[in-house]
Ligand binder design. Sequence first.
Ligand SMILES: [Fe+2]
Ligand SMILES: [Fe+2]
Length: 269
Amino acid sequence: MLLAQITDCHVTCPGRRAYRIVDTVDALRQAVDALLALAPAPDAVIVTGDLAYDGRTEEYEVLAAELGRLPMPVLALPGNHDARGPFREILGRRFCPSEDPQFLHFVYEFPETTLIGLDTLVPGADGGVLCSARLAWLAKAFTRVRDKPVILALHHPPFATGIAHMDRIGLANPEDLEGLVRRHGRVQRILCGHVHRAVQTIWAGTIASIAPSTAHQVALSLDPAAPSSFTLEPPGLHLHARLPNGAIVTHLLPLGAWPGPYRFSEYAA
Ligand SMILES: [Fe+2]
Ligand SMILES: [Fe+2]
């Protein structure tokens, strides 16, 4: 299994910039170009939320066109900047695999791994939640996939990052998710977005990570009083690879242009 993860694209309507600065449409184009250049190609791409800037129909039309350049399955989850209505309507079954009439959660089967996507969106709120209906859905999904290890994906991280202003708008009820993850016991990875930085920790007995945004990054400051701000550091994507020995390794690919690659053998002194 080779699973690429992009997140927090914040795609605007054409001609607009996010926060008057970031050309998020061009940033997504570069991310899609990088995904197309990967060899071997990923088996699937997960998009862990905040696809759109304002949740507008026109933004999802741009997203559908850009993501439509990818030949592999693309599995999208909503974040706090998304709106379920246009998300489902415009992205359609091609990018939004949910079979639930209300929430945009889904189960996707790789031959040796099950990917479960969770919907943590609370309309009008920056933070996320897993309400009783969504927790019940997850509990049921866990019982159906007992034979394979699981990768969980959700927009709002269930763990603190030390970036205080982002931690205040994380997942409101991580303890509920933790109980289900520990009881299932076969969750190999938890993949998140929302924080616009690459972050890793051990949480609920498994490895949890956040991928960087394809566009702007949240400024790195562990000062509890730091203001909420963003930078134009290099964006990136994550590549989660299941190796033949069953281990999953995660690689960070920065997005941009730079010299190389150079063959060591040709440039050895
Ligand atoms: Fe975001
Ligand atoms: Fe977010």
